[in-house]
Design a protein around this ligand. Structure first.
Ligand code: SAH
Ligand code: SF4
Ligand code: F3S
Length: 450
């Protein structure tokens, strides 16, 4: 606990990139209210637990963790549960974990300063009623953690209501920030010394500028033109709003990374309809064709769910054939997980757990083979690589290519270690299914321009 009068806080985060970035903003808000961030539960007066509810009985895990925290209450510590489980479980958290003082969902973070005053006076604070808000959470005090990448949430919430997903219930309606505030934040990130930004949204390309000045694609291009920016990433794109204009922007603006994450979820149009994804296999493949006909070579990654209720063996095989057809550069694969409040929870023909496990293994094996073959194409190429960390004991430095592939590299004899966040040319010498290995070239070496 703090020795002086300044109150300290610790924040622990689970979930997606947006949740991690929310924590950076929550931490910034707390610092602006006079709190000091510490790196351990033991040192903190106030413990923030930023939760995720996407899969796997997440709420039970949160309740277990809160029970663990209980012993710390005797030391006078206070507890705050925020994020998606907080919004989902609401006041039930106080019932099951009476030592918690604050429960708030992401749509209420603007009210954190007043909630902090309440708990400082020994009252309980809740921020659960604001899911219909039009406000976005913007603060001048973001406590950025990533040493080389600045995140910017451009759109919050989700209105898509996929049949399996909790997000529309936990994050509220879709609402976008103005293009002016996005561009201003991008400029600030550059001023702070970073050269890579990542635009975030549950469906980043559903962005609608309240000022009416920009589409998602034109905003993306504009961020890419901010002086000093070297790399722009964006995630997650929804196939329903994926336009040719986005591909054109990537072709025209070299700072936009040649990587698109476009979750497909299933290769079967019947399953996609049951999931309420509002696109067919053919429409998805059409978007892939746009990317494949681009001038630059664009890496494509995706998310896939196996074992959605009613998914037949033949439908599962349609997912495998779609994977063969696209040749994804990477996938995140999940067993369907029943979630509270969602329509899929009560759907018939649930797939048994063992079968979901089998399908997941088949899918991952297939993808490993696809990547084992396709990553070989990089061997011999010189790729511009961002240094993402210090040299490891084995002598390699962790790096990342514009296509978002880890490229770990060694230095030639006597070469000085390049600083984190710098860009160096690296010749790829070996390919693994999930990463590349190489050696740094002299700085003047030309890189492959995709
Ligand atoms: N908005 C993004 C994804 C957000 S959640 C999109 O629509 O693409 C990240 C991923 O978690 C989803 O793409 C999906 O593959 C997975 N997911 C979400 N709910 C799930 C559930 N109930 N069971 C299993 N996987 C789930
Ligand atoms: Fe969930 Fe669908 Fe929204 Fe993605 S688009 S967050 S999967 S409801
Ligand atoms: Fe999890 Fe909420 Fe993100 S459920 S994945 S933290 S939007």
């Amino acid at each position: 606990m703090s020795s002086d009068t300044q109150k300290t806080f610790f924040i622990e985060t689970f979930g997606c990139q947006m949740n991690f970035h929310d924590s950076e903003k929550v931490a910034g808000s707390l610092v602006s209210q006079g709190y000091r961030q510490v790196q351990s539960v033991e040192d903190a007066d106030l413990i923030f637990y930023n939760t995720c509810s996407i899969r796997d009985k997440a709420e039970q895990k949160v309740f277990h963790r809160l029970t663990d925290f209980k012993r710390l209450q005797k030391q006078g510590k206070q507890f705050a549960v925020i994020g998606c489980v907080a919004q989902q479980e609401g006041e039930r958290i106080f019932e099951r974990a009476p030592h918690v003082s604050l429960v708030a969902g992401s749509a209420s973070y603007n009210r954190l300063p007043e909630m902090l005053v309440q708990i400082a006076h020994g009252q309980r604070a809740t921020g659960l009623d604001d899911r219909q808000t039009e406000d976005t959470f913007e603060t001048d005090f973001t406590a950025r953690v990533n040493p080389h990448r600045g995140y910017i949430t451009i759109i919050e919430g989700c209105d898509k209501f996929c049949a399996y997903c909790v997000v529309p219930y936990t994050r509220g309606r879709e609402r976008s920030r103005t293009s002016e505030s996005v561009l201003e934040e991008a400029r600030k990130i550059v001023e702070s010394g970073l050269t890579e930004v990542q635009l975030l949204g549950q469906n980043v390309n559903s962005y609608q500028d309240p000022l009416g000045k920009h589409t998602f694609a034109s905003l993306l291009a504009e961020v890419g033109r901010v002086p000093g920016i070297r790399r722009v990433r964006f995630t997650t794109s929804h196939p329903r709003h994926f336009t040719r204009e986005i591909v054109q922007a990537i072709d025209e603006v070299p700072t936009l990374c040649d990587h698109v994450h476009l979750p497909v979820q299933s290769g079967s149009s019947r399953v996609l309809a049951a999931m309420n994804r509002e696109y067919t296999r053919e429409q998805y493949l059409e978007r892939i064709a746009w990317m494949k006909s681009a001038r630059r070579s664009i890496a494509i990654t995706t998310d896939i769910i196996v074992g959605f209720p009613g998914e037949t063996e033949a439908e599962f095989e349609e997912t495998l054939s779609l994977m063969d057809e696209v040749g994804f550069d990477g996938i995140f694969s999940f067993k369907y997980s029943p979630r509270p409040n969602t329509p899929a929870l009560t759907m018939e023909n649930a797939i048994p757990e063992e079968e979901k496990t089998r399908r997941l293994a088949v899918l991952n094996d297939r993808q490993k083979e696809i990547q084992r073959a396709s990553y070989q194409r990089f061997v011999g190429q010189v790729l511009e690589t961002m240094v993402e960390g210090a040299r490891r004991p084995l002598g390699q430095l962790p790096g990342r290519t514009s296509q978002n592939k880890p490229l770990n590299f060694t230095l030639p004899e006597g070469a000085p270690e390049p600083p984190v966040g710098s860009y160096v040319p690296v010749r790829v010498t070996r390919a693994h299914p999930n990463s590349l290995v190489g050696e740094m070239c002299p700085v003047s070496t030309a890189c492959v321009v995709s």
